[in-house]
Design a protein around this ligand. Structure first.
Ligand code: NI
Length: 258
């Protein structure tokens, strides 16, 4: 029996879980040490809070995802601020920049809403969960200019070792998920090899990015174990020790988790 893993990023609100969400949660209660469900808008942030209220091992993060910010209104920031006071809301996220899709919100709007939510995180003293897809340059600029007093994790880290060095210097954690097990993921694995043990978080980003050998099927937080096993192999280290360290990291970063 290996140590139980903590999934620092899973979207159990996804409609992929509509048919059997309660059964999956019931199993997860036995299988994992805990999990964080990040929100992507008002609705999913509220769902995350509901799950956290229902299941002791579930924690919520709240925020507006870069791909959703066209619908975000100024008053939504007030709502996030109010919800952030909930004892099981442990972070603002997931928030960030996504330049991958052509039909995403305009970059200026993404940056504006992102910076507003970073300011909120600073104000309510919560860590941030960052989504960065094909926006590494602007992301680093923003953290160099507006990053003071912030702590957080780059979830499903996809940048270079050079960028990782800069983020680690700023105190950030890096989240590794199923994509680090993919055959073509040499770049991510080179970061995984490099990052110090006390900055590693594991995650699934369920229901997406399912680790090998289940790639293509629905992901679920229990598969964080496969991510951790692969990471231990890549780093040439003991898997249980690495799992325990990463759970310690989770609790250090997300201080409202007990
Ligand atoms: Ni996500």
């Amino acid at each position: 029996m290996s140590a139980k893993v903590f999934d620092s990023h899973a979207h159990m609100d996804s409609d992929y879980f509509d048919a059997d969400r309660e059964e999956v949660f019931a199993r997860l209660g036995q299988e994992i040490a805990g999990m964080i469900n990040p929100g992507c808008d008002n609705e999913t942030s509220l769902k995350a809070i509901t799950y956290a209220e229902t299941y002791a091992f579930v924690y919520a993060a709240i925020g507006w995802h870069a791909q959703e910010v066209l619908r975000m209104k100024d008053e939504d920031l007030k709502k996030l601020e109010e919800w952030s006071q909930h004892p099981k809301v442990v972070a603002i996220g997931e928030i960030g920049l996504d330049y991958y899709y052509d039909d995403s919100a305009p970059r200026d709007l993404q940056k504006k809403r992102f910076i507003e939510q970073l300011d909120l995180a600073r104000k309510v003293d919560l860590p941030v969960i960052i989504h960065d897809r094909d926006a590494h340059g602007d992301m680093l600029d923003i953290f160099h200019n507006e990053g003071k007093g912030l702590r957080g994790v780059f979830h499903c880290y996809s940048g270079s070792v050079e960028m990782a060095k800069e983020l680690l210097k700023m105190g950030f954690y890096l989240g590794f998920g199923g994509s680090s097990t993919f055959k073509n993921a040499e770049k991510v694995r080179s970061v995984l090899k490099y990052v110090p043990e006390d900055r590693i978080l594991f995650e699934t980003d369920s229901p997406y990015l399912t680790p090998v050998p289940y790639r293509g099927k629905r992901n679920n937080p229990a598969l964080t174990l496969l991510v951790a096993q692969n990471a231990a192999l890549v780093r040439g280290t003991d898997v249980d020790a690495l799992i325990e360290k990463s759970t310690e990291n989770v609790k250090k970063l997300f201080q409202k988790i007990i």
